[in-house]
Design a binder for this molecule. Structure first.
Ligand code: SAM
Ligand code: SF4
Length: 335
């Protein structure tokens, strides 16, 4: 039997996030610049190559696969990829197949996604105000996303809303977003903005709204109970007793979540990032493409990469400068 993936700090790697495209139909201000240059198509893994890679990871013990991007649902033929991955759900090797999406294409794909075994999805949505939505996504339309969320729920998908916490932008929507999610029976997670990509003229430190403050403000209106359960990821959860709703907080900057990290990230070009906050990566495209008939070199390269997974990241917002900043955009590593 092939040995499973365990890193040098005894963490079993069971969760793969895979970015299937760097392209997107939005240009969120914290994620992309307005004039993005995308990768030439030949650089991208084909859907067949993505299948082979993900299948290798499943064979090595990965139980949860999250498809992301860019916007995963703008990749041509992506449904065929979900359909193909569903065989690992059927075999029992994969426990969960899921995706993170901006919601713009859900009205087209929700029913098929459900039929291929997807049960829960994350939809990113920072505001319920149409004008603010247009500003933060630059190209997005709120109505289309809300329509997509409705379609997803009608198809039987459980939806979790992810909102990036932005100072002076969606602070005033804390309670309206909370109440909307409660009324629609959706969980809500707030994400602290991360120092990804090129800060350029946009001072992200100014946009940083700590989730500790969100928690505090919620506790002024609700009875907030800490929940013990963790997903192995960066989110911590509380329950609002009055609404029985779960609120998640992703605090990569103010808390260290690295000790329970069970995940790695694969880019759409086949680079494996062992840590979101570090530059080290492994090229899996080369062993994949140079050995079309044997997965042995690929599996060896995966093991070698996991053997280099670092203990943690170095993000630090103290002293008003961003230390440990990494230069790539979230759309590259898939958030
Ligand atoms: N396009 C899909 C979406 O928006 O859900 C999937 C890819 S997107 C890169 C994944 C997540 O990363 C989204 O929830 C987005 O809000 C988040 N994100 C992007 N840039 C970020 C940043 N600088 N800090 C925190 N979260 C960020
Ligand atoms: Fe696109 Fe998602 Fe990045 Fe927004 S956060 S630009 S929707 S990839």
């Amino acid at each position: 039997m092939t040995p499973k993936l365990v890193d040098p700090f005894a963490r079993a790697i069971t969760y793969l996030r895979v970015s299937v495209t760097d392209r997107c139909d939005f240009r969120c201000v914290y994620c992309m610049s307005e004039n993005m240059t995308f990768l030439p198509k030949r650089e991208l893994l084909t859907l067949e190559e993505l299948d082979r890679l993900c299948t290798a990871f499943v064979g090595l013990g990965v139980e949860k696969l999250r498809v992301t991007g860019g916007e995963p649902l703008v990749r041509k033929g992506i449904l065929a990829f979900f359909q193909s991955m569903s065989r690992h759900l059927e075999s029992g090797a994969l426990k969960e197949l899921t995706l993170t999406t901006n919601g713009s294409q859900l009205h087209r794909f929700a029913t098929d996604l459900h039929s291929f075994g997807v049960r829960r999805i994350n939809v990113s949505l920072d505001t319920l105000d149409a004008d603010k939505f247009a500003r933060v996504t630059r190209w997005g339309r709120l109505r289309q996303v809300l329509h997509g969320i409705e379609a997803a729920r009608s198809a039987g998908l459980r939806v979790k809303i992810n909102a990036v916490a932005l100072k002076g932008f969606n602070e005033d929507e804390l309670f309206s977003m909370t109440e909307w999610c409660a009324s629609e029976d959706m969980d809500l997670t707030w994400i602290e903005v991360m120092p990804m990509g090129d800060l350029g003229n946009e001072n992200r430190i100014g946009q940083y709204w700590p989730v500790s403050d969100i928690r505090h403000r919620l506790s002024e209106r609700y009875t907030v109970t800490d929940l013990a359960h963790r997903t192995g990821g960066p989110a911590r959860y509380v329950q609002l007793e009055e609404t029985r709703q779960q609120i998640g907080f992703i605090t990569p900057l103010t808390h260290n979540f690295c000790e329970s990290c069970n995940r790695v990230r694969l880019t759409c070009t086949g680079e494996l990032y062992m840590c979101l906050g570090q530059e080290d990566k492994a090229d899996l495209r080369l062993p994949l493409r140079s050995h079309p008939d044997s997965d042995t070199p690929l599996v060896q390269a995966i093991h070698a990469a996991i053997g280099r997974k670092p203990k943690g990241h170095d993000f630090d917002y103290s002293r008003q400068q961003v230390a440990g900043q990494v230069s790539r955009h979230m759309s590259h590593t898939g958030g």
